[in-house]
Design a protein around this ligand. Structure first.
Ligand code: SAH
Ligand code: AVI
Length: 333
């Protein structure tokens, strides 16, 4: 662990660094040497990727951010009243743009004590810690720069009143189904039975045309976000991907009910990953899967939560029922 910042109000710890690069190296070795090539989506988010993601959230086609924001604008006070939350732990916090609505509702209710953002991108955690202590006088921020799949044990114990663990934005949909339930079980361990709640954002199944447009926008921002992962591999592992020779592909798999993003090689290519002494061959039109983004029904959401030992307490949706925020808890207490 590396302590990045410590003041009276802010404490930020980092668990990435050399092992973060290791994890990209492991994922490249593991994912690009298989017959069906694949990279996990967490490597999208370097500074450029985080910036591109922010631009995606503003796109006319990308409805999830607006829909989730609409729910939070209308229902944050209700969420805070139902949970009595004094502390907000947020996984994949990013810029915490929508989170401010919850923090504001907690401040208005007089319960706000501590915010614990967890994100792989160091700059995000540092910037939002600084901004939030200015915006919410008396707030303490304990930030964790880390991989939420590996570093959840470093989330501090609850210290002052009930906690909400927020995993919003639909990021749970980026997990493959098996690890999704495993991850929900790990989150459940951060909750005290009968005291704390999980606030989970999930995108809902809808017209495939609407879904596909959200992941293949006319301005090409999602395509740039997708290709950016190859820039990350080039920079971090001294590789020579010809990034522009890969085409952005996004489609809705109706059977599995998820969006899949891929990068398709437009010609035969041999890519050198010099840091790993690895040569990767791409056949013409060969595809590399870079992300799945699962879409949910309320039934499937309830089943996933139940498999993780969580009881679904409430489902809040926007007026067009595009997106859902659910509250769940461990029974008992
Ligand atoms: N919650 C925000 C941001 C969503 S984007 C919103 O709703 O707008 C996904 C965020 O999760 C990014 O900030 C990214 O850096 C972070 N992230 C992705 N994979 C991660 C991982 N394995 N561990 C920690 N953070 C991760
Ligand atoms: C972060 N995550 C929920 C986004 C999603 O919609 O699956 C990432 C994204 N990929 C393409 N556009 C946005």
């Amino acid at each position: 662990m590396q302590a990045l910042l410590r003041t009276d109000a802010i404490r930020v710890e980092s668990y990435v660094g050399p092992s973060g690069e290791r994890s990209l190296a492991d994922d490249v070795l593991d994912g690009l040497t298989r017959p069906f090539k694949e990279l996990p989506p967490k490597h999208f988010y370097d500074a450029t990727g985080a910036d591109l993601f922010d631009r995606i959230c503003e796109l006319p086609e990308y409805y999830p951010t607006r829909a989730e924001r609409a729910i939070l604008e209308q229902r944050s006070a209700e969420i805070v009243a139902a949970t009595g939350a004094a502390e907000l732990v947020e996984l994949g916090s990013g810029t915490a743009a929508k989170t401010r609505l919850l923090l504001r509702a907690m401040a208005d209710a007089g319960t706000l004590r501590r915010y614990v953002p967890v994100d792989v991108t160091e700059a995000m955690v540092l910037t939002c810690a600084d901004e939030l202590v200015d915006e919410f006088p008396g707030l303490r921020v304990h930030g964790i720069v880390g991989d939420f799949e590996r570093h959840l044990s470093h989330v501090p114990r609850p210290d002052d009143g009930p906690r909400i663990v927020a995993f919003i934005g639909g990021t749970i949909g980026n997990f493959p189904p098996g690890s999704r339930r495993r991850f929900l079980r790990a989150i459940a361990k951060l909750l005290r039975p009968g005291v704390d709640h999980l606030l989970l954002g999930t995108d809902l199944v809808k017209d495939p045309a609407v879904l596909e447009a959200a992941y293949d926008d006319s301005a090409g921002i999602t395509a740039a976000f997708n290709r950016n992962v190859l820039h990350v591999v080039n920079r971090e592992l001294d590789a020579d991907f010809d990034v522009d020779a890969f085409e952005h592909v996004a489609f809705f798999d109706r059977e599995r009910e998820w969006i899949e993003m891929r990068l398709r090689a437009q010609r035969r290519m041999d890519v050198n990953v010099r840091a790993l002494g690895l040569k990767i061959a791409f056949a013409p039109r060969e595809e590399l899967r870079t992300e799945i983004s699962a879409k949910f029904t309320v039934e499937r959401l309830g089943a996933d939560l139940a498999a993780a030992g969580l009881e679904l307490r409430d489902v809040l949706t926007d007026p067009d029922e595009l997106f859902a925020l659910s509250l769940s808890a461990r029974p008992g207490g």
